[in-house]
Design a protein around this ligand. Structure first.
Ligand code: AMP
Ligand code: GLY
Length: 417
């Protein structure tokens, strides 16, 4: 089978690594990919039309989309119209990620537990509502904002500022509709599942670290590290999540006639009153995928084909019991301003210690590797126990360096407690 994978981050590197191990994979293309994805031939197409042209002309058997933007643009609709096989939700279903008010409405109508929220299209009533609420409170830009559109406000002044920023255009179009949401307290967990509209198949649980600095301090980022499984998700909680979140999600997809043959990512807060949904994403999480896939023993390509074909019920997945830990190495200053162009060394030494090194913001020139983005790479290792996986990951990571390399020293600290 010929596979087209779309995206350029650590998530796509992990997907390429896993997909290329399938006995069904004869050739892998990646649009555009990154220097680490040496398993794949790089492709320059980046619009739904050009990617579909490429898939048609090269007789691609399956296309897999990494990032959300193309899904929200309707790439799946486009491929389906042309009879091309693709994994993902169509444009309407992708609004579960692309519009937080759409997602909230879906959650309410289908009785999925979530935080109480109000939606506003104008600043004045939003500010008035805020003044009647207790703090802390969460202000969310409705649309896609690259992970930056959520502000957890400690006090009224911060919350008001967040609302004003949204309506002043800080998040572009995404912020002209605002959700004001009850602040939930608890442990966060990411539950990813394959869904083909007929059935839903959860992947191993995981937990990511969104804040930039140690101790979960500092600004939100795309994710500074992740581990799998999330120890808080024991068998009982797994069943609760299935009963209260995943099955109602599937029924909702069916009742609303949404076309969903892809990955659903439920961002959950495990509160004292049980799991509650913070958000949906309609794709693999990053860096979660870098911690989850190294634990998967089954053939991912078979599972994705079954998802695209609507025969997911045929698939069973088996997982290594060993926990995996992924630590993201970033450019100094990320998620704020940072410089790029520093030479990276030590990847082979890290690999020699048994770690997987997934590249993201890197660039290759004359056989040398340079930093080229905020999140530069992710280092993943397994261990017999979580503390051992943490130790193995950091031991490998310390082999890698460049000027200004920064990373969190405490990934998985909550689970270690
Ligand atoms: P989201 O993009 O919706 O996942 O939000 C990003 C982060 O904001 C989440 O991972 C949480 O840490 C936090 N967050 C979002 N919604 C809430 C909420 N209702 N209560 C507390 N924290 C939240
Ligand atoms: N790790 C969070 C995300 O992929 O959105």
């Amino acid at each position: 089978m010929k596979i087209l994978l779309v995206g350029s981050g650590g998530r796509e590197h992990a997907l390429a690594w896993k997909l290329s191990q399938s006995r069904h994979c004869s050739r892998l293309f990646c649009a555009p990919g990154n220097p680490g994805i040496s398993q794949a031939t790089a492709v320059l197409a980046n619009t739904p039309e050009d990617l579909a042209d490429f898939a048609r002309l090269n007789r691609i058997d399956l296309t897999m989309i990494g990032p959300e933007a193309l899904l929200c643009e309707g790439i799946v609709d486009h491929f389906c119209d042309l009879g091309l096989r693709i994994v993902g939700p169509d444009r309407r279903a992708a609004q579960l990620e692309g519009s937080k008010s759409f997602a909230k409405d879906f959650m309410r109508r289908h009785n999925l537990p979530t935080a109480k929220a109000e939606v506003f299209d104008e600043e004045k009533p939003a500010l008035k509502y805020l003044r009647q609420q207790s703090m802390p409170i969460v202000v969310k830009a409705d649309g896609l904002a690259a992970g930056k559109g959520v502000i957890v406000a400690e006090n009224l002044a911060q919350a008001e500022q967040a609302v004003r920023d949204c309506f002043a255009g800080s998040f572009g179009e995404a912020g002209y509709r605002v959700l004001i949401e009850e602040c939930l307290v608890g442990e966060e967990v990411s539950i990813l599942a394959l869904c083909d509209g007929n059935s839903i198949l959860p992947l191993a649980s995981s937990q990511d670290h969104k804040r930039a600095w140690d101790g979960d301090q500092g600004p939100n980022t795309g994710g500074m590290g992740a581990y799998s499984p999330a120890p808080i998700v024991d068998q009982a909680l797994e069943q609760t999540i299935d009963r209260q979140i995943l099955q109602p999600f599937l029924r909702g997809v069916q009742q609303d006639l949404l076309y969903f043959r892809g990955v659903i990512y439920a961002g959950l807060m495990i509160t004292a009153a049980g799991p509650k949904l913070l958000e949906f994403n309609v794709r693999f999480g990053d860096p979660e995928t870098q911690a989850i896939l190294p634990r998967l023993d089954s053939d991912l390509l078979e599972a994705l084909c079954a998802t695209a074909d609507g025969r997911l019920h045929e698939v069973k997945l088996s997982w290594k019991p060993e926990p995996a830990v992924c630590v993201v190495m970033a450019s100094k200053g990320y998620p704020g301003k940072f410089e790029r162009g520093f030479e990276i060394s030590g990847i082979e030494a890290a690999q020699a210690k048994g770690a997987l090194v997934f590249q993201a913001g890197t660039r290759e020139q004359d056989g040398k590797l340079y930093t080229a983005g905020g999140r530069v790479l992710g280092v993943t290792a397994l261990g017999n126990t979580l503390p051992e996986a943490v130790k193995n990951t950091y031991a490998a990571l310390e082999e890698i360096s460049w000027q200004g390399a920064s990373y969190r020293k405490d990934i998985a600290h909550r689970a270690l407690k």
